[in-house]
Design a protein around this ligand. Structure first.
Ligand SMILES: *[C@@H]1O[C@H](CO)[C@@H](O)[C@H](O)[C@H]1NC(C)=O
Ligand SMILES: *[C@@H]1O[C@H](CO)[C@@H](O)[C@H](O)[C@H]1NC(C)=O
Ligand SMILES: *[C@@H]1O[C@H](CO)[C@@H](O)[C@H](O)[C@H]1NC(C)=O
Ligand SMILES: *[C@@H]1O[C@H](CO)[C@@H](O)[C@H](O)[C@H]1NC(C)=O
Ligand SMILES: *[C@@H]1O[C@H](CO)[C@@H](O)[C@H](O)[C@H]1NC(C)=O
Ligand SMILES: *[C@@H]1O[C@H](CO)[C@@H](O)[C@H](O)[C@H]1NC(C)=O
Length: 328
């Protein structure tokens, strides 16, 4: 009897404790821990953890590709394989991390805030996707790229623990093949009020900026849950300050410096923490702005306009379309 009552109480507590934990970790531990859920891909790694397209003659990770661009030869540092270029300077370049199979999300972004229809576009959106193990997905991606020319691909199998490779290839593409003032890196489950963001960015310096929902002195989480890390992987108690990965802004000079630092700052599993590490190494201080926000997903929060927010995490599908209708 007592046991049953205790069980019932335990169940009751868990019922409240679990959502509370998630909300807490959401707010305190930021986007990286939720954002990658949106990146979940179907196939990813085979049972040996090998890449599907592992080259037959393995010459090691340091193998570099040579690419022609703007009349000079340079070596690529990352897994980037796309060599499309930007046709003009953009005030805002938007890199969206997206899992190969998230066709619908990319389509929704293209038909809403992602494309600037002005004669002289101020922003441009491109999607960071890696490789899929599924043949149909690969073929669809190829068709998608032929139609829109807005996919940046890396030469590795997409997986949410490989998001850092995605950030690296995106940053490298941005500084080598594009010209921009500000870069917004975000996830494909985020709504951006592009025009509002642009007017806010106009008030900031176009150099040395790292802007987002800055999380200061973030405590490292240990344990066995998903978003924890072992002491062997990271042995400090705090991460460097970082902006959660659902959306943050960098200026061109900062992205350029980060690409230079890829050789010095070893890969870290959480992509946004990695950006914090790069910023720390580069001596760039993050800046907090309340316009970057994440909420528990609808239906907990109604899908309605908030004038103060311009980068809003966890908005997809009908809610995205509605926010776009209501605000643009
Ligand atoms: C592998 O690559 C190296 C260096 O490019 C070359 O010398 C070697 O012959 C290659 N081995 C095979 C089995 O293709
Ligand atoms: C871009 O890559 C394609 C193949 O992926 C290649 O045919 C083309 O020559 C490359 N263009 C430049 C400018 O490097
Ligand atoms: C980038 O764009 C700016 C502004 O339009 C321009 O002044 C600059 O020369 C461009 N840089 C390159 C490398 O094209
Ligand atoms: C990608 O992530 C998987 C799983 O964490 C890992 O085994 C693999 O080594 C990573 N691939 C690369 C190219 O880093
Ligand atoms: C923590 O990790 C760094 C590098 O990963 C290493 O140099 C250092 O010795 C480690 N410190 C402790 C106390 O284990
Ligand atoms: C960054 O912040 C630190 C500590 O608040 C300060 O000492 C330093 O001057 C700042 N750096 C820049 C480039 O603003």
């Amino acid at each position: 009897m007592l046991a049953r009552r205790v069980n019932r109480r335990t169940a009751f507590c868990l019922f409240f404790a679990i959502p509370t934990f998630f909300i807490f970790s959401w707010n305190s531990f930021c986007g990286l821990h939720f954002a990658p859920f949106s990146q979940r891909c179907e196939g990813c790694f085979n049972s040996e953890g090998k890449r599907e397209n592992e080259p037959a003659n393995e010459t090691g990770e340091a193998e570099l590709e040579k690419t022609e661009n703007k009349g000079r030869t340079f070596e690529l540092k990352t897994t980037l394989i796309t060599n499309t270029t930007c046709s003009q300077h953009y005030f805002l370049l938007i890199l969206v991390s997206s899992a190969p199979s998230n066709f619908q999300r990319r389509r929704d972004i293209r038909r809403t805030w992602g494309v600037d229809t002005a004669l002289a576009p101020r922003w441009k959106t491109v999607f960071l996707v890696a490789q899929s193990r599924a043949k149909e997905t690969t073929e669809s991606l190829s068709r998608e790229h032929s139609s829109y020319r807005d996919l940046l691909q890396g030469d590795y199998i997409d997986h949410y623990w490989n998001q850092t490779l995605k950030i690296q290839m995106g940053f490298e593409w941005a500084v080598r093949y594009c010209n921009f003032t500000f870069l917004l890196k975000m996830d494909d489950d985020t709504f951006v009020h592009t025009k509002r963001l642009i007017s806010v960015l106009s008030t900031f310096s176009s150099e040395q900026l790292y802007l987002g929902m800055l999380w200061e002195k973030p405590l490292v989480k240990r344990g066995k849950e998903k978003w924890t890390i072992s002491y062997e992987e990271y042995n400090k108690t705090l991460y460097p300050d970082f902006c959660p990965g659902f959306g943050f802004v960098l200026t061109f000079d900062v992205v350029n410096t980060f690409v230079d630092l890829f050789d010095d700052v070893p890969l870290f599993r959480f992509d946004d923490v990695y950006v914090g590490m790069l910023a720390e190494r580069a001596g760039v201080n993050g800046t907090f702005h309340p316009g970057f926000r994440q909420y528990p997903s609808p239906p907990q929060v109604p899908c309605s306009v908030d004038e103060t927010v311009f980068v809003w995490h966890d908005i997809t599908g009908d809610c995205l379309l509605k926010l776009f209708e209501d605000t643009f």
